[in-house]
Design a protein around this ligand. Structure first.
Ligand code: AMP
Length: 217
C-alpha cells in the first residue's frame, strides 16, 4: 500500500458510527501534525465531485452499507503515498474489515496504536441524528454543539445539512455492519498485546480528547 520506508507509524481510530472518531481525529491532526485520513470524508468528496469512484461508492453509502474493499484500499493507498503522510497519519474509519486490515499489513504500514472509542449503542442514534455538517466538513450537533445561527456553519458560513446516511434506518444498518465487519478488526488487533487502547467516548469532546492523548504512544 505504501512500501515507503520513510512512512512513519500511524494511529488507527476505531469506533461505531457516531462515536466521535472524526472530531477526535481533527483535534489530533492539529496537535500532532499527522495527516488525517478519513475514508468517509474522501468518499463523500468523490461522490460530490461525481468521479468514477464516487459513482461506484454512492449506492453502498446511501444504503448504510460498506463500499467494496478494493475501492477503499486504493483510496487509502493514494492518501498514504502523499509526502505529508510521512510525518505520521491518523486513519479514521479504516480499516473497517479484516481484508482492509490485512491490506495494511501486506504493505508494511505500521500501526503504533489503535484507539477504540467506546460509546454505548443506545446513545449513538441520538448523537448521529442531530449531527449537521457543511460542505467543508465542519460538524455541529443540534443539541450538543449547536451552530450560532440555525443551519449556518459558524466557521465558513456555508449551509449546514444532515448527511444522507444519518437517518434512523441507515444508522441501524451501519451499526449492524460495524458489529459484523469491524468488531472482528478490533479483535484482530487485540491479538497484539498493548496495541488496542479502549477510550471512554462519553462526554464533552475536550474530555475525550484528554483521555485519547493520555493513552497515545
Ligand atoms: P463514515 O464517515 O466513516 O461514517 O463513513 C461513511 C460511509 O462511507 C460508510 O457508512 C461507508 O458506506 C463508507 N465507508 C467509509 N469508510 C469505509 C471503509 N473503510 N470501508 C468501506 N466503506 C467505508
Amino acid at each position: 500500500m505504501s512500501n515507503h520506508p520513510e512512512l512513519q507509524a500511524g494511529i488507527v481510530l476505531v469506533g461505531a458510527p457516531g462515536s466521535g472518531k472524526g472530531t477526535q481525529a481533527t483535534r489530533l491532526q492539529n496537535t500532532l501534525g499527522y495527516v488525517h485520513i478519513s475514508t468517509g470524508d474522501l468518499l463523500r468528496a468523490a461522490v460530490a465531485a461525481g468521479t468514477s469512484l464516487g459513482q461506484q461508492a454512492k449506492a453502498y453509502m446511501d444504503a448504510g452499507g460498506l463500499v467494496p474493499d478494493a475501492l477503499v484500499i486504493d483510496l487509502v493507498k493514494q492518501a498514504l503515498a502523499a509526502p505529508r503522510a510521512h510525518k505520521g497519519f491518523l486513519l479514521d474509519g479504516f480499516p473497517r474489515t479484516l481484508a482492509q486490515a490485512r491490506a495494511l499489513e501486506a504493505a508494511d504500514v505500521r500501526v503504533s496504536c489503535v484507539v477504540n472509542l467506546l460509546v454505548p449503542f443506545e446513545l449513538i442514534e441520538r448523537r448521529i441524528i442531530g449531527r449537521r455538517s457543511c460542505p467543508n466538513g465542519h460538524v455541529f450537533h443540534l443539541e450538543y454543539a449547536p451552530p450560532k445561527r440555525q443551519d449556518v456553519c459558524d466557521k465558513c458560513g456555508q449551509a449546514l445539512a444532515q448527511r444522507s446516511d444519518d437517518t434512523p434506518e441507515k444508522v441501524r444498518a451501519r451499526l449492524e455492519k460495524f458489529a459484523s465487519e469491524t468488531q472482528p478488526v478490533i479483535e484482530h488487533y487485540a491479538h497484539t498485546p498493548g496495541l488496542v487502547v479502549d477510550v471512554d467516548g462519553l462526554g464533552d469532546p475536550d474530555e475525550v480528547f484528554a483521555r485519547v492523548t493520555a493513552v497515545l504512544r
